[in-house]
Structure formats: C-alpha cells, structure tokens
Write a protein that binds this ligand. Sequence first.
Ligand code: T4K
Length: 439
Amino acid sequence: MKSSPFQLAAFGGAPAFSKPLHVGQPVLINQEAMLADIESVMRSGQLTNNGPRLQEFESAIAKVCRTKHAIATCNATIALQIAARALQLSGEVIVPAFTFIATAHALEWIGIDPVFADVDPETHTLDLKSAEACITSRTSGILPVHLWGHVFRTRELQEFCHERNLRLLYDSSHAFGCQQHGTPVGNFGDAEVFSFHATKFVHAFEGGAIVTNDDSVADRCRRLRAFGIAGLTEISDVGTNGKMHELSAVAGLHSIATMSGRIAANRANRMVYACHCQSLNGLSLLSIPEGNESNGQYLVLTVDEQQFGLNRDQIVSLLRAEGVFARSYFSPGCHQAEPYRSAAPGRHVRVPLDVTETLARTVLQLPTGPAVAPADAHKVGLLLRLLHHHAAEIRRLWSSSEQRLHFHPGDPARPAAPTFAANNIREMVQRDPVLREAG
Ligand code: T4K
C-alpha cells in the first residue's frame, strides 16, 4: 500500500487499481440464464410492442413497488415527459436545481419551463420553503427527486400540493427498491418515474418506468407511450414512441431478480467506507434519512476543504489517477446549464440556490456495488487517509505540476496532453527544501 504522496499515480506512481472501479458499473449476475432468455425472445418473433417479457417486467416492477400500475419505457427521460403530459402539466413546474440535467430537460423539451428551487443540505432533496417561493399563477406541478434514493418529507409535499391544487410527479430514477417507513417508492405523489439505465440499481441496458395507483393516469401513459393509439384504428392523443423492447425487459427481469445481493454488497461497502470516514476530518459520508431503507446505489460524500486539506475536485482527480473513478454528480447545478443560464432573469431562477451551489462544489460519489469488493473499498479508504495526512505536501506537488498530472490509462476523461515524467518529480523534490524533507 502507498505510504508517501510521491507514490501517488497522479505524480507518476503506479495506479492502485489497474482495473478501474466505476460509479454505477452495470451488473447482470446470471449471464447464462439471460443469454438463454434472449435466444428465446429471438425465436419467438415478438421483439417489442407490449410483448410477454415486457408485461412480465411490468408485473415485477409493480410487485416491488406494491403499486397498481407500472408502465415500462425506453428510458426515464421519455417516461418523465409521458407522465408530465398524462398529468397535464403545463406552464411552469418546480424542480430541484441539484439533480441530473434530464429532470429539467425532460420538461423543457415539451415546452414546460422548469423553475429551480434549492435543496435541503442534509438530504439533498427539494426544499419545500424554496419551492413555495417559486410558485406563480403559471405553476402546474412539482417534480421533486428522490436524489441518491433519499425519500424525505413526502407527506408534507403531498399536503402542500393538495392545498394548492398542484400535481406531484416524482423523479425516482435513483430510488428503485427504496422505502420510507415501510412504504416502497412508487406510492408517493400522482406518479413516479424510475430509470433503468445501465448505471442504475436495476437496469435494462436502457429503460425506465412510470408507476402509479391512478387508473386513468396509467391508461393515459400507456397510450402516450405508443403514439397515442387507443385501438386498432383510433388515435386519441399526441403520443410518442416510448416503448421498451423485449430484450431490455429480459435484462430488467434478471436485474430485479438479483436486487437483494446488490443491496447486501452496497451495505458491506458502506460500512467499510463509513469506518474510514469516521476518522477523517473534513470527509463525511452522507447519512440515509431516518426511516429510509436504501438500495445503497450511490455512496455520497461531502468534502470540507479547510478540514481535509484538499478540495473535492483535487480528491476526485487524485483518486481517478489511481483507477478509482469517483464522480462529482451533479456539478454544476442545473440552473448553470444552457438554456437556463442564459434565459431571461426570473424565468428559471427566482430564489437563492445557495445549498445547490455549495453541494455542486463539495459532493463526490465513490464506487460501490458488487463489482467493488469490501477489500477494494478498504483500499480506497487507505488512499483517502494518505491524501488527508499528506494534504500539505500534495498541494505543493500539485501546484508545481498542475498542467502535467498523470491520468489513469483507462480514464475516458483524460486529456491528450503530455503527462508528468517521474524524472521531473525527482528534480522538483531536489529543488524544494520542504518536499526534500518530506520525501
Ligand atoms: N433523473 C435523474 C435524477 C437521473 O439521475 C437520470 C439519469 C435521469 C433522470 C434520466 O434517466 P435515463 O433517461 O438515462 O434513463 C449517467 C447515466 O447516463 C444517467 O442515466 C444517470 N442519470 C446519470 C446520473 O449518470 P454518466 O454520463 O455519468 O454515465 P457514464 O456513461 O459515465 O457511466 C458511469 C460509469 O459506469 C462509467 O465510468 C463506466 C461505467 N459503465 C457505464 C455504462 C453506460 C459501464 O461500465 N458500462 C456501461 O454500459 O450518466
């Protein structure tokens, strides 16, 4: 294990992981069984359009969520648009600024203005007071996100929307299999949307679903998913093509069947990371809200630069060089992305977004899931300790080598620029008395 900052891969040492660890590495555990199912779909000749595997997958989703209806789609972005149309959202819809850009873009794409509210600093979910301050006569609904699978203040949100006659649609992309006080995600608001993208807790390569307990919303979603077709010759709405095909449904079924193993793997890794974080000043593992059962898919940390000695972006770069492909979701906040950033003042931003701004600078995600063994998580924890304990020397090395840091050979984010040669490090150490003493 590395014991000196000079051994760090960013400064020319060998990466700690030659095979990188990813945030959201896709897993399909029983590949042989899945391949047999794919073969059977291809033999059957029914490849898409509400086939038997899709129906089976929808039943499996509804069973996990304990909802009346599940409508599987080609991805969550289209599912959000279908659900927004089915709920007759229009004008403005309030969304948290701290989320994946798809939450906002899904609305913008169908001509609804997303208006950004701030989030709660402890759970990273929508701040109700901030949302309230965004409401105008054009507001038709609220689209909160169970970010990182966190389910928070659902009852207050429900009452809030009910009192104001607003629709409540949840972006639950991160929260499949999560529960709050025993109620599975899927039962909150008028409808909820899941993502089954390859990087998600349950995945169908690409995919999504709308779940609801409302029969008429479900009927409308089914029609809108397939061009608005209501019968053999009847077209009742402007629909889209949001269908999921049979091969995705097969993958989704296999993924659902192996959920419990992934929850166990995520819990084991969380315990390892938590042990390390406990003794590291300036690095905090984000708590799971009280009463939540989490799928554990996202392992989220916040960095206090003053206490840790390095900022979030430095930590992410140093870890990535080691083959620990940490992420900084969701930076920048949605309000800083186009077209929202350049829109007329007040159109999308009308309240302070201070928490979002802070989180966008300080939050990072570490790899977890079955592809990460607890021993790997421990190794990552030891790397974080090294970064913390030698933060001052690392900052010095960093400032003299910023343009020439080493990247992991497998890092898709690495630039084509030349890297920092080990010889240069030796020369620099010789020139700098503080580094000479440290190393
Ligand atoms: N709402 C929220 C709150 C969301 O987070 C998302 C999606 C949506 C809505 C929209 O859902 P969809 O329409 O996509 O169903 C990823 C995903 O593309 C995106 O689905 C997800 N959120 C977002 C948070 O993350 P990237 O660009 O960070 O993923 P990518 O390709 O860098 O993958 C992450 C790592 O996983 C890679 O380092 C390598 C590994 N990987 C990835 C893929 C796709 C693999 O090993 N194999 C793979 O096939 O966006």
